[in-house]
Design a protein around this ligand. Structure first.
Ligand SMILES: [Zn+2]
Length: 175
């Protein structure tokens, strides 16, 4: 890839190490033109198997588009949605599978969406799980009340390496 500082096409790898328990590789690079250092992250392509049997690469944008409607008029902004999509991707990658059924993507959305906004969650779940009666809503709401979300019980998704994978480019650190 091009140097993010001068757009030069060549760089040399000065360090390479696995991150996220081996699910990605981070490479420290030095531009052969301007000498700036930057990092790249390499991950396996995550494929989604559609109902038709065709596969397509996982897309955070599709996750966001899938929940945007459920979040309408809710206190959810674009940053929240971007983070949600990131968490969905991390959850899917954590399964260690290279190919994932589209259905599982929907499942992976439920938990972070619930944490984000319970009304949006209910809207999404009602469509995704095909709620057909008031009882379905009542059952889900009863579950929500019975099992209050405990943020600390969730997998910790802190500002560690995985967060910066998507731009494929990390801010340069002083050497
Ligand atoms: Zn450069």
């Amino acid at each position: 890839m091009n140097c993010p500082f001068c757009r030069h096409e060549e760089s040399r790898v000065i360090d390479s190490r696995p991150t996220d328990e081996g699910s990605s590789i981070r490479r420290r690079r030095e531009c052969t033109n301007c000498g700036s250092r930057f990092s790249t992250a390499e991950t396996a392509v995550l494929s989604i198997i559609k109902r038709s049997g065709a596969t397509e690469p996982f897309s955070r944008e599709k996750v966001i588009n899938g929940v945007r409607k459920a979040c309408q008029n809710r206190p959810v902004d674009d940053d929240d949605l971007a983070l949600l999509a990131q968490r969905v991707e991390e959850a899917l990658r954590a399964t260690g599978q290279a190919e994932i059924e589209a259905q599982e993507v929907g499942m992976a959305i439920l938990s972070p969406l619930r944490e984000l906004d319970e009304v949006a969650y209910l809207r999404y779940a009602s469509v995704y799980r095909n709620f057909s009666s008031l009882e379905d809503f009542e059952g889900e709401i009863a579950l929500l009340r019975a099992l209050p979300f405990e943020k600390n019980s969730e997998v910790q998704l802190s500002n560690k390496d995985s967060q910066v994978v998507s731009p494929q480019l990390l801010a340069p650190k002083t050497p």
